[in-house]
Design a protein. Structure first.
Length: 218
């Protein structure tokens, strides 16, 4: 992992964001998605100025504990979360960003009282995608808040097919929900569709290949 290359890639991503930002736009945080890469990716991202990293798999994040704790970054868990993994991740995860059902919300509230969380929305309606249905989001947010969790935002993924432009309706739908619920964060957009996400009101974009290149095969 070449730190200079990561720094250059981060600057390029920031330029892409700035190219579509408008004076009334929300500030946009880049979440460096380090899944599939070694702990050196976390170190390089932090050194380049990234303020947050995202990991998808509990065991992989646990294997990078030392690097994650040494880096001056926010650690987000952005993958599918199993209830039996929550306890292992307490103290390492700063924002639980993929909560999509009551059972997992309950477990996070039990193991990490007062934690910051984001509700994951299946804004495209695709059956194979994770996330709560759009019409369930209000109730899940209220449930998490009633349990004392700090719901800071919503997270969503664009459609599997159709290219960047096809993501616009899902991103707009997610942004609308964020506004309805008076939340702070709207985590939408990845390497291929970040411009559309920013235009639709993203406050976070999750970037992996755009910073680190293609991931090694798992």
């Amino acid at each position: 992992m070449n730190p200079d290359r990561v720094a250059a890639a981060l600057a390029e991503v920031r330029q892409r964001i700035d190219s579509v930002l408008r004076p009334w736009s929300h500030p946009v945080q880049i979440v460096a998605v380090t899944k599939g890469f070694g702990p050196e990716a976390i170190t390089a991202a932090s050194a380049a100025g990234a303020t947050a990293i995202g990991e998808n798999y509990a065991q992989e994040l646990l294997s990078k504990r030392d690097a994650a704790q040494a880096a001056n970054v926010e650690v987000q868990f952005i993958g599918g979360l199993q209830r039996n993994k929550v306890r292992q991740l307490v103290g390492l995860v700063d924002v639980w960003s993929s909560l999509d059902r009551r059972s997992v919300i309950d477990e996070v509230a039990k193991r990490a009282p007062g934690a910051q969380v984001q509700i994951q929305v299946n804004a495209t309606g695709e059956a194979h995608k994770s996330g709560a249905a759009v019409d369930e989001v209000h109730a899940l947010v209220r449930h998490a808040q009633d349990l004392g969790l700090g719901v800071v935002g919503l997270m969503a993924v664009g459609p599997t097919e159709g290219g960047p432009g096809a993501a616009r309706p899902a991103f707009a739908r997610t942004r609308s929900l964020v506004d309805e619920l008076a939340l702070e964060r709207c985590s939408i957009g990845m390497s291929a569709d970040l411009e559309v996400a920013v235009e639709e009101g993203a406050t976070e974009v999750r970037i992996g290949t755009g910073l680190f290149g293609q991931r090694p095969t798992r």
